[in-house]
Design a protein around this ligand. Structure first.
Ligand code: DMJ
Length: 375
């Protein structure tokens, strides 16, 4: 549900928004109608993680989902309601989002969500896998539809408050990162690449007046965490960060077995937001573009699959060995490399005065497909 919604439905919606070609809208409706019954399959109104279109409607035996997958459907289905004038898509997704927000209890959440009674469950608390885009969407759904839904705004503000107090730490070398906690334990030593959407998201919140606005608490925290995320790309092969990195030593370190790079977007995504929003350190002469240039060089140098036709790229493995000869690639390449990673590099390097998709008029879904903000 989540991957198809953010990648395919989000992509079709944006293709329609940008081209005005009805073909994309027809395809978006076809897909939206096929997926819609999934919301009626559980008691909470949140869909299961996976559905079989051919047998949709049959009861499903799934106990749980996670907040990221259940809570990252709103922009796409609501947009479909705007385009069609039919409220059924928005209604379905709003019911689910309300259950999630109710279940939050006013702060950070665990990474498991029970589909029978709408309770959060489990012990792991983080801003990474299985939770990440739930937080992202509290803000973006609030912004995207006229800042009218107080539940979303409060949910976001309370969550950020909890994250900044309970999950942010300085590592051994004094670099700030966002860790995870299990149960009541201490903040762990590691930060996921996925978590690095967070500084950009904080900056986007600041742009829209939250956390004290520009130069407020959110932007200051965003700068510190951004630095930690960029440091992840400076260890091992310069410019190419690992999937998870360790912050307990004097220097940020790669972790054996997690020293691979799937060409994920999160670090450059946040660089893009900070570059546009942070008036002090962003802009043409600012640091974020320079950092982005360093990262782009790394991708050009190391993502290319040797021996293949020039331009063929793939995920990079064995980064911690520090020797180019030990690197290997897998021919797998996620669509987010194109829809997000390369797009964010392009947008970061765009030097035109008139930015494409200004952040006060457009909101990007979690797969970087732009959606026009409804006032
Ligand atoms: C993307 O599909 C989305 O950004 C999602 O929210 C989480 N991660 C991947 C890319 O890393």
């Amino acid at each position: 549900m989540f991957e198809v919604t953010i990648r395919a439905l989000g992509g079709l919606n944006s293709a329609y928004a940008l081209s005005g070609d009805e073909l994309w809208l027809r395809k978006a409706i076809e897909l939206g109608d096929a997926l819609l019954p999934a919301f009626a399959l559980t008691r909470t109104g949140c869909p299961p993680r996976e559905v079989t279109l051919a047998t949709m409607g049959a009861s499903v035996d799934v106990e749980e989902t996670n907040p990221a997958e259940a809570g990252t459907l709103q922009l796409e289905f609501r947009t479909l309601s705007v385009y069609t004038g039919d409220a059924k898509y928005a209604k379905a997704v709003d019911v689910c989002m309300e259950r999630l927000v109710d279940g939050m209890g006013g702060g950070i959440v665990t990474d498991r969500f029970l589909l029978r009674d709408g309770r959060f469950w489990g012990e792991r608390v983080s801003v990474g896998a299985m939770v990440d885009s739930f937080y992202e969407m509290l803000l973006k759904s609030w912004v995207g539809f006229g800042k009218r839904d107080e539940g979303l705004r409060k949910g976001y503000v309370n969550a950020v408050d909890g994250i900044l107090k309970k999950l942010v730490k300085k590592g051994g070398g004094g670099v700030t990162y966002v860790g995870e906690r299990i149960g009541g334990g201490d903040i762990g030593d590691d930060m996921e690449h996925l978590t690095c959407f967070f500084p950009g998201n904080l900056a986007y919140g600041a742009l829209h007046g939250l956390g004290g606005g520009i130069e407020g608490e959110y932007l200051k925290a965003a700068r510190d965490i951004m630095k930690g995320c960029y440091e992840m790309s400076r260890v091992g092969f310069h410019g190419v960060a690992g999937e998870v990195s360790r912050f307990s030593g004097k220097k940020v370190e790669m972790i054996d077995g997690l020293d691979y790079n799937l060409l994920r977007p999160e670090i450059v995504e946040s660089l893009f937001y900070l570059d546009r929003i942070d008036e002090k350190f962003g802009g043409i002469e600012g640091i974020y573009r320079k950092w982005g240039e360093n990262m782009w060089k790394g991708i050009k140098e190391y993502a290319q699959i040797e021996g293949k036709e020039k331009g063929i790229i793939g995920s990079i493995y064995n980064l911690s060995k520090n020797d180019k000869n030990d690197l290997y690639h897998k021919g797998k390449l996620h669509s987010f490399a194109f829809s997000e990673t390369f797009k964010y590099f392009y947008l970061l390097f765009d030097q035109s005065q008139q930015h494409v998709f200004p952040l006060t008029e457009w909101v990007y879904n979690t797969e970087a497909h732009p959606v026009k903000i409804r006032k």
